[in-house]
Design a protein around this ligand. Structure first.
Ligand code: WQD
Length: 339
């Protein structure tokens, strides 16, 4: 299929582009490069042996997005583009609502106008809110505890309403748990700008010497070792889930499908530190400090619907995640080069 990938230069987007190309799809990327480096493009091309067409603009720009959909003859879109930092969304709610909602409204409007009605949307387990029943199942109610999470809840609702008004749409809502890891080649990976908000990139930067020590946010939770449990999923498994969802859209009877992309297993912060230490071959320094506001103690998926309906399953282990993340970080201590 001819697939447009928005945010395709980003962490999950770039790994998904590689797998789409390997699966024989024709892919083009649109990315504003607000949260990605252009130097990822030659990495994708080297891994896939394909020349990648990249449209460098923000899909919030309605005229450019309209022109791209008008001329691209795309059959489907995978929509990653969006801001995704929880803390930043609390400090800058308007920029999150503007960017995340406008980008989706602009894209879907242009898709609809040009009869492109196959969409895979990057959602998040954050839509299960503050105190969800565990393991998290897709039929649970959605809510949020921060503006970023609300933008995901709202985007899911927008897409459901669009599909309810025109049943020719086929939309897959993919709820990610905690994406970590990197392409096994070590040439692509997670490259957060500034202070990493997330655990694994922070640990990786400690390991490579960019950060002194890891602060473990809370050691007094009601969990086996007192630290929070999360459902970490390898970015390669996550990318494979997008390819599977894209294929599923063709066969779907219903206009909208919702799937958790997780392993179904919870891993604690200290277990992740230990796994990363094994990958690096030495103990990594950390201090247990006070809890981070807004963290929930335990989060993990019930991935059975994705197994049954997408024929997809996460296969990589926490040790695979850490080994691949370390290979990327040690080969690219400063992340992607600027030029
Ligand atoms: C994981 C655990 C922290 C950093 C967030 C978003 C979610 C999704 C994934 C976008 C927690 C602990 C972390 C550190 C730590 N993003 N931690 N020290 O918060 O589960 O999920 O990222 O879709 O929407 O909410 O991920 O990696 O920030 O934290 O101890 O320096 O690691 O307290 O228990 P989180 P995380």
């Amino acid at each position: 299929m001819r697939v447009l990938v928005t945010g395709g230069a980003g962490y999950i987007g770039s790994h998904t582009v590689v797998q789409l190309l390997a699966a024989g799809h024709q892919v083009e990327v649109v990315d504003s490069f607000a949260n990605a480096k252009a130097s990822v493009v030659p990495r994708i091309e080297a891994l896939t042996g394909s020349l990648l067409t990249v449209h460098a603009f923000d899909v919030c720009d309605r005229d450019k997005t309209e022109a791209l959909l008008a001329g691209g003859a795309f059959e489907a879109v995978i929509h990653f583009a969006g801001f995704k930092a929880v803390g930043e969304s609390v400090a800058e709610p308007l920029s999150y609502y503007d960017n995340n909602l406008d980008s989706t409204l602009s894209l879907v409007r242009a898709m609809n106008r040009h009869g492109v009605r196959r969409l895979v949307f990057s959602s998040s387990a954050t839509v299960y809110g503050a105190d969800p029943e565990l393991p998290m199942r897709e039929e649970l109610p959605t809510s949020a505890t921060n503006p970023y999470g609300w933008t995901k809840v709202m985007q899911e609702q927008i897409l459901r309403d669009v599909a309810a008004a025109d049943h020719s749409w086929r939309i897959g809502l993919l709820r990610y748990f905690n994406p970590v890891g990197a392409h096994p080649s070590g040439t692509m990976g997670e490259d957060p700008q500034g202070n990493p908000n997330n655990l694994v990139p922070f640990i990786a930067q400690v390991a490579v010497g960019r950060r002194e020590r890891l602060a473990v946010f809370g050691g007094d939770y009601d969990t086996p070792d007192g630290t929070c449990l999360r459902d970490y999923i390898h970015v390669e498994d996550l990318a494979a889930g997008h390819v599977a969802a894209l294929h599923r859209l063709q066969a779907m009877a219903e206009p909208v499908g919702v799937w958790n992309l997780g392993t179904g297993q919870g891993t604690s912060v200290l277990e992740m530190v230990a796994a990363f230490s094994r990958a690096v071959g030495r103990d990594l320094p950390y201090d247990i400090v006070e809890r981070r506001a807004g963290d929930i103690a335990v989060s993990y998926a019930d991935p059975s619907r994705a197994h049954a309906e997408l024929g997809w399953r996460a296969v990589k282990s926490v040790d695979d995640m850490c080994a691949d993340a370390w290979r990327w970080q040690s080969a690219n201590p400063q992340g992607y080069p600027d030029a």
